[in-house]
Design a protein around this ligand. Structure first.
Ligand code: ZN
Length: 342
């Protein structure tokens, strides 16, 4: 893995420039650059490629967008070990399939991280969003993250309005949706106000207790979800054992039995993987990392000129605009989402 060397079966950071290169790639991607543009710069700067480091035969000095993407999507850079679980499709079919990303088992803190979990997650969201929208006209600050609250369509930037308006309304008139719009400057002011409020509240003593409390409530919510999932598993297992009775009564035949069993097994394994993920989140320490990252950002973004693609990507996950023009902003930081509770 680029940036690391394997010693005695564990990953250790290399002592050359490659760990920094990995971090640089993540930062550049967050700032709005694409895979190819990053690859080009690495090539121009003569940075050794992953295959050169791995000493592969016939490897050229050229970086490709795909190698950059591969680094950006590798969860091992967060310091966790990710194991893919494989499942058998059914009793009769012995083909094994690779599980999708959300069905992996994660063992945290197995080696030194190069990227924080927050950053890694941010990059995954950006990759998802950017691949959805390759529209070059979408170059405005909020184009990739702003949608209409009522119809869910992306909002379009209109320069004559200096702001965004519901895409369905623009294209298909009020038959499709009603007029939802917001001026870009209003949105920016709204965000800066939130940051100001947050800055004031985070600085006041007692805030960390309140943050702790919010975190505690979130954990209760998650553990309730775990309990629900566990009882779901039990009920599916009960249904599964009933099948056997049905088979013995000859109410169903053997192939019907096998089809039903494999569908229950699938259900159980998907519930279990959600449970594993939640258990992992619950085991994590309180969101110290999140709060430190937020403090950093509060220092970085204090006025209008600090609002750039990079800072927006770091701060905001999604914005929905209500009919009366009020923005509902989903921040990447729980502290900002729960500002009113602080
Ligand atoms: Zn709409």
């Amino acid at each position: 893995m680029y940036g690391y060397v394997v010693i005695d079966g564990t990953l250790h950071l290399r002592t050359d420039q490659t760990p920094e290169v990995v971090q640089w790639i993540y930062e550049e991607y967050i700032s709005g650059r694409g895979f190819d543009s990053i690859a080009r710069e690495l090539y121009v700067k003569n940075i050794p490629t992953p295959s050169m480091i791995a000493n592969r035969k016939n490897c050229g000095p050229r970086w490709h967008g795909t190698s950059v993407r591969f680094i950006l999507e590798n969860p091992h850079y967060t310091g966790s070990l990710v194991q893919q679980r494989e499942t058998t499709l059914s009793v009769t079919n012995k083909t094994r399939i690779k599980n999708p990303k959300d069905k992996m088992i994660i063992v945290p803190n197995t080696h030194k991280s190069l990227v924080s979990e927050v950053t890694f997650q941010l990059v995954q969201d950006l990759i998802k969003n950017r691949s959805k929208k390759r529209n070059p006209s979408n170059k405005h600050l909020f184009s990739n993250i702003i949608t209409c609250y009522d119809c869910g369509t992306s909002m379009h930037f209109k320069s004559n309005r200096k702001g965004y308006i519901c895409g369905a309304y623009v294209k298909y008139t009020k038959k499709a949706c009603s007029h939802h719009a917001i001026k870009e400057e209003n949105l920016i002011r709204h965000i800066l106000d939130d940051l100001d409020k947050c800055r004031k509240k985070v600085l006041i003593s007692g805030t960390s207790e309140k943050l702790h409390e919010i975190n505690r409530r979130e954990k209760i919510r998650l553990s309730n979800r775990v309990t629900t999932l566990q009882s779901k598993i039990e009920s599916v297992q009960a249904k599964k054992s009933k099948l056997l009775t049905l088979l013995m009564d000859e109410t169903i035949n053997k192939s019907e039995y096998q089809v039903a069993v494999s569908s229950y097994d699938k259900e159980i394994s998907s519930i279990k993987s959600e449970e594993t993920q939640l258990q992992y989140i619950l085991k994590r320490k309180d969101n110290e990392e999140e709060i430190n990252k937020l403090r950093e950002l509060l220092d970085e973004v204090s006025c209008r000129t600090d609002i750039t693609n990079t800072s927006i990507n770091k701060l905001i996950k999604h914005i929905k605009i209500k009919r009366n023009g009020t923005p509902l902003i989903e921040y990447r930081f729980q502290t900002l989402n729960y500002l009113e509770d602080l």
